[in-house]
Design a protein around this ligand. Structure first.
Ligand code: F0G
Length: 451
C-alpha cells in the first residue's frame, strides 16, 4: 500500500491516518465515522503533487490501444488518480470498467429531453458496478498479505468479491440474508468458491455480524466502508467525462442502497474538478426504493442532516438496505452538487425496467430506479429539456431473471401496487405463449400479438 501518496481522512472529525493504520472495521477510533482516501496537494490549485491534466488525458487515451492487462482495465487505466498500491503489479484485474454509454433515444423522446444516456455498469465482468471497487480494494488486501477477505452483501458485492479473490488466490467469506438475494448472484458466489453463509437476518444484520468477525479474525473487510472500494468506484466518473470530451453532463442519476456508489462518483467528479480536468461538477441525484428510503426521508425531514434507519422492503433486492453506511458522504455529494434525493414505488421501478428493456437495455430492478426517478424529477420541473442526463445502470438484467419473468407473466406486483398503473403495465408486458409446433400456429400467435 502506498502510504507516501495517500492518507485516510475521517469524514466525520477530519482525523488523518496512514492507510496501514486503519482499524479492521474501517471506522474512526475517535468518532466512529468512515474514512475517505485523500491525496496530498490535490485540492490546492497549485503544487508539486498535482498531475498535469493535459498529459493525463493523452496518456489515458493512449492506454486504450495498449495490450497490457493494467491498461486494459477501465479502472487501472486511470491509475494516476488512484495511487493506492506500492506496486501496481499487485493489482488484481478482470479487465473491469470501460463500460458502454448508450443513448436512450425512446426514453429521451418520451420525457422531452434532448440528451439522455445510460452508463451501463452491469456490463462489467461479474455483471455489476461492484467490480470497479473490488479490483481496487482486493488489490490492497493482496498487497497487505491477507489470506481471507469477506463481505456482507445483497448479492452483487459478494459475486464480485468471490471472483476477484479467486483470481488472486485468496479465500473469501460471504454473509448474505437468507432467501433475500437473487439467484444469479448467489450462483456466482458459489461458483467462484466463496464460503457462503446465509444468515437469518437482513443485510443490515449481516453487516453487524461481519463487523464483529473482522475485529476477532485476520479477515480483510471488503464492504463499501472500506475506502479503497470507493477509489475504484469513482473511475466511471472519469470514463463519463472522457466520453463527453471532458465536458461533464448536466445531471447524473444514481440508485441508492448503502450509498457508496453515489459517494464514490461524487468524489471522482470532485477530484477531476479540483485537478483541472473538468470545468464543473454535474448535479448528482440519488434515487431509492420507497420501501428502503432512509436517505430520501432524511432529505424530506432534515435536508439530509439526520438519518433514521428503516426496516427495508423492496423487490429491488440489491438496494433493500435500511441503515446505509455511507449516507453522510452521499448527502454531501447531493448537496454540494445541487442534486436531489427521492424515492419511487414498486410499480414505477417495474415499469421503468421494462421501458429500458424495450430499448434493448436490460438491467436489474435496482438500476431502473434511475429512470423512474428521472421521470419524477422531470414532472417536478427539476430537469430542463436541454439538459444532458446520464442514468447509472448498476447491474445486469440476468442477475435477477425471476423479477423480469414475474413482471411479464403479470404476477410480480400486487393489485394494490398496480392500481393507477394498469394501462402502462399492460402496454409493456410480453408474456411467452405456448404454441403448437406448426408454422400456422406460430403465425397465428404472431398475428394475435398485435405487433
Ligand atoms: N445497484 C445494484 C445492482 C447494487 O447491487 C447496489 C448495491 C446498488 C445499486 C446500490 O449501491 O449500495 O453503493 O448505494 N449492492 C450492495 C451489494 C449493497 O451488497 O451488492 P450503493
Amino acid at each position: 500500500m502506498n502510504d507516501n501518496l495517500h492518507t485516510l481522512r475521517c469524514f466525520g472529525c477530519g482525523a488523518r491516518h496512514p492507510g496501514a493504520e486503519a482499524r479492521p472495521d474501517f471506522r474512526c477510533a475517535a468518532c466512529g465515522d468512515l474514512f475517505e482516501v485523500e491525496y496530498a496537494g490535490w485540492s490546492q490549485r497549485q503544487g508539486p503533487n498535482r498531475p498535469n491534466p493535459g498529459a493525463l488525458k493523452w496518456l489515458w487515451r493512449e492506454r486504450r490501444c495498449s495490450s497490457e492487462s493494467l491498461d486494459q482495465s477501465g479502472v487501472w487505466r486511470f491509475r494516476e488518480l488512484l495511487p493506492i498500491l506500492d506496486n501496481f503489479g499487485n493489482a488484481v484485474t478482470l479487465r473491469e470498467g470501460n463500460t458502454p454509454l448508450y443513448p436512450l433515444k425512446r426514453a429521451a423522446k418520451a420525457l422531452g429531453i434532448d440528451q439522455l444516456f445510460a452508463k451501463h455498469q452491469g456490463m462489467n465482468p461479474t455483471g455489476s458496478f461492484k467490480d470497479t471497487g473490488m479490483t481496487a480494494a482486493l488489490s490492497v488486501a493482496r498487497e497487505r498479505g491477507f489470506e481471507w477477505v469477506a463481505c456482507a452483501s445483497t448479492g452483487n458485492t459478494s459475486a464480485a468479491m468471490a471472483a476477484y479473490a479467486a483470481r488472486a488466490g485468496l479465500r473469501s467469506l460471504v454473509l448474505i440474508p437468507d432467501g433475500k438475494i437473487a439467484w444469479g448472484k448467489l450462483s456466482q458466489a458459489m461458483d467462484y468458491g466463496a464460503v457462503t453463509c446465509q444468515l437469518k437476518a437482513d443485510f443490515d444484520g449481516c453487516v453487524k455480524v461481519l463487523t464483529q468477525i473482522v475485529k476477532e479474525a485476520p479477515i480483510y473487510l471488503l464492504n463499501s466502508v472500506n475506502p479503497y472500494r470507493l477509489e475504484g468506484q469513482k473511475t466511471p466518473a472519469f470514463e463519463i467525462a472522457e466520453a463527453f470530451d471532458w465536458n461533464v453532463p448536466d445531471h447524473l442519476i444514481v440508485p441508492g442502497g448503502n450509498l457508496a456508489n453515489s459517494s464514490a462518483l461524487g468524489k471522482g467528479f470532485r477530484e477531476m474538478y479540483e485537478l483541472g480536468l473538468v470545468a464543473r461538477m454535474p448535479r448528482i441525484s440519488v434515487v431509492q426504493a420507497e420501501g428502503a428510503n432512509p436517505l430520501a426521508r432524511s432529505f424530506a425531514n432534515s435536508d439530509g442532516a439526520k438519518l433514521e434507519p428503516v426496516e427495508a422492503h423492496t423487490r429491488a433486492s440489491a438496494i433493500r438496505i435500511g441503515s446505509p453506511a455511507s449516507w453522510r458522504k452521499a448527502a454531501k455529494v447531493i448537496k454540494d452538487s445541487g442534486g436531489w434525493c427521492l424515492d419511487v414505488n414498486e410499480a414505477e421501478i417495474a415499469i421503468a425496467k421494462a421501458e429500458l428493456g424495450s430499448e434493448g437495455l436490460g438491467c436489474e430492478p435496482a438500476s431502473a430506479v434511475t429512470l423512474a426517478g428521472l421521470k419524477k424529477l422531470r414532472e417536478l420541473g427539476r430537469v430542463a429539456s436541454g439538459e444532458t442526463v446520464v442514468l447509472v445502470l448498476t447491474g445486469h438484467t440476468l442477475k435477477d431473471a425471476d423479477y423480469t419473468i414475474g413482471f411479464h407473466r403479470g404476477n410480480l406486483l400486487t393489485e394494490q401496487e398496480t392500481a393507477g398503473y394498469k394501462a402502462e403495465i399492460e402496454g409493456l408486458r410480453r408474456d411467452a405463449v405456448n404454441v403448437d409446433a406448426t408454422p400456422a400456429a406460430v403465425l397465428a400467435a404472431l398475428k394475435a400479438s398485435g405487433q
